[in-house]
Design a protein around this ligand. Sequence first.
Ligand code: ATP
Ligand code: MG
Length: 383
Amino acid sequence: MQVLIIRYSEIHLKGNNREFFENALITNIKTALKGYTFDFSRSNARYVIRNFDTMLLDDIVDVVTNVFGVHSVSVAEEVESNYQAISQAALAIAPTTGTFKVNTNRADKRFPIPSMKLSADVGGDILEQHPDLKVDLMNPQHVVNIDIRENGKTFVYSKVIKAVNGMPVGTGGKAVAMLSGGIDSPVAVYMMAKRGMTIRCVHFHSFPYTSMQAKQKVLDLAKLVKKYTLRMTVDVVSFTEIQTAIHEQCPEDYMITIMRRFMMRIAEKIAKNYGGGAVITGESLGQVASQTLESITSTNSVATLPVFRPLIGFDKDQIIEIAQQIGTFETSILPYEDCCTIFLPKKPVTKPRLSAVEKIESVLDVETLVNNAMQTIETIVIE
Ligand code: ATP
Ligand code: MG
């Protein structure tokens, strides 16, 4: 029978966290595979998926290798632990040219043939069928693995497919990510989900200055990152009143700086409302005027929770590469504008002084504006 072996990152399994980590990982694999039929079982230090539709194998491998905490997977043939069945399965997956070796792990010591001898014998069977092959024990091109389990069954497989690694979502605390329609923030969500965070998103839109397509684009991005976050809710906040107030009452060059502070306050309030302990942004140092050290200082100073900026040291090229790899890039580059591009100052300050920012902002009724914005929240659960 064809089965899928799933290995996880052992490094996180030390001590008391094992149960916690494993329970989250198992739940997440099952959640990610919702809609597929399969049987799931634990077999020490790995999981095994059986009885799935073999036509869907590639899809299942794609899903499982993208679950954070999964280290690697192998498609294996599971056979009875007897020589003939093992040798036959090994022959079926053996290469026909190049170099190879057979590797045996005998967890079941009742199996009568020692590992070295089994490897040699099965290797001999393979060579007999494929005389062009050469054995290379040190540096083979192909490895045929035989894993004799304690339950009377043996796994025979060749390839080890690398998975994403990371920590299972649900083991790293909760956060609210500020999701714009751009390239960076979906990548930031991906990176923090990879560290095990449970993430929901907040998006600020300035309808009617920004279009419904702009909002839909963000929801589309949220749906794309849900592949990694497993669950996704987006709180859409109307930013129009705040943006208009800043536009009317503050100097144009400070517009973005002050907008950022409002966004941060609201994101943090939402985070606290649902027990979140951090805010995530897609900022990258020096990328634009609002991401200089001085700008970040002025945004950060209104936050009380830790603010995670996983892209802070990344070049745009690197961010784009990840965006392409995780499948968000094409959507991110659609033209619809997010709220930051309206009322844009011609020359934003690049080095706002915090004291100046605070003084300029003091003409606004910050608390009322924030509370009003909180009233506009539309909570959208992404299915
Ligand atoms: P991105 O590609 O993520 O939009 P960016 O390079 O355009 O980033 P900014 O526009 O300066 O950079 O935004 C910095 C960060 O602020 C974003 O990564 C995002 O986390 C947050 N942000 C910006 N605009 C919005 C918005 N309309 N709603 C929610 N968060 C936003
Ligand atoms: Mg942006």
